[in-house]
Design a protein around this ligand. Sequence first.
Ligand SMILES: [Mn+2]
Length: 255
Amino acid sequence: MTTPPVLAAPESWQTLAFLSDVHLHPSDTATCQAWQAALQSGDWDALFILGDLFEVWVGDDVMDDPDQGAFWQTCARSLFAASNRAPVFFLPGNRDFLVGPRLLAAAGMTLLADPTVLQWGEQRWVLSHGDALCLSDAPYQAFRAEVRGANWQSQFLAQTLDVRLAMARRMRDASEQRKASALAWSDVDALAANQLLEDCHASMLMHGHTHMPATHALGEGRLRHVLTDWDATGNPPRGDVLRMRKGEPIIPPPA
Ligand SMILES: [Mn+2]
């Protein structure tokens, strides 16, 4: 494998914050408000957003859409305000990999590759969205390889915003139907996670995507920590910013 890029945390970073899978969308203002409130607390030295911040992102020009544009611009402003207090890093997910330079600038976010190695003092972690490691879902991996390619992306972005929004609606409906059906949700492959950590000389993989928050022991002291998704209208409501103090370990529950 090619070695992932390494982000070396400055000495001054004492508290880091992590979130993922907020799935922001104009149809869910409650979750957006919960997320904005969490951003405003801002008691961290850097914030890492590990993908699927947006339910769907069909191109940065969605900020100009007469119906949705105002919502997305509000999201960007909240991020920009947070970035004025502490750096905000964005690692794209399977819903928002088309986030481009315009949104990154408007939101004050720095783009991270998936995966990225975070070197923070003695700790060395791998940050990822997680979908690339869900290897048992072969059709999804084939789809992913296609849509992450430059050809697919330039063809998709060449279509009008209305056409792209309509395509996104259809894909979202199909995804909802799939979730509602009995099909098991694909999970991160433990062997692949372990191999990635070994290759990166890292002790923990932190990711989102699966909406199955947990800490898994992978053996030899390695961990896989899964962030929660957000849904303020869920029962109970879900959504959380994980705050880590420098040197503080994540303790896995007893097996
Ligand atoms: Mn995802």
